[in-house]
Design a protein around this ligand. Structure first.
Ligand SMILES: [Zn+2]
Length: 144
């Protein structure tokens, strides 16, 4: 039997997580009657699963378009609080402007263990977060 190193499994696991997080976020958004504009997924881009505080969270970027005529593809950020079967959508943001696309600061050397409300320290730079850091819960410090 051929040797199959573990890393061959990783990429498809990650892609599956991207899609799952993106679809879950859109479903929660669309199911909420107070949200007038519903969106459909175009492409899941990247996601990150993290432990923060006493919870498990997911951060995800995806592109979607509003379910109406002439709508354009837009980049989104969403945060999910994952508690087994009980998931809540804690942030859902369209990152329209370049200035509203703040990369994660994972692996950034940072003094102390204070809380930085403006940034996420648990995602890589490729995962873009809203400029308004208060709009999502997880990732504001390196520790738990
Ligand atoms: Zn993050």
């Amino acid at each position: 039997m051929a040797f199959r190193p573990d890393y061959t499994i990783e990429p498809c696991m990650a892609v599956r997580q991207d899609i799952e997080f993106a679809e879950t976020a859109l479903q929660y958004h669309n199911d909420d009657p107070s949200n007038e504009v519903k969106y459909e997924l175009i492409k899941a881009i990247t996601s990150n699963y993290m432990f923060y505080g006493s919870g498990n969270y997911g951060h995800v970027n995806f592109t979607a378009r509003a379910k109406q005529e002439n709508s354009e593809e837009q980049l989104f950020f969403a945060e999910l609080n994952l508690r087994g079967d009980f998931t809540t959508l804690t942030c859902f943001r369209c990152l329209k402007e370049k200035e509203d696309q703040i990369g994660g600061l994972k692996d950034t050397n940072r003094e102390g263990s204070g809380v930085d409300k403006e940034h996420c320290y648990l995602c890589e730079d490729a995962l873009k977060h809203p400029r308004d850091g208060a709009s999502y819960h997880a990732g504001h410090s390196m520790g738990r």
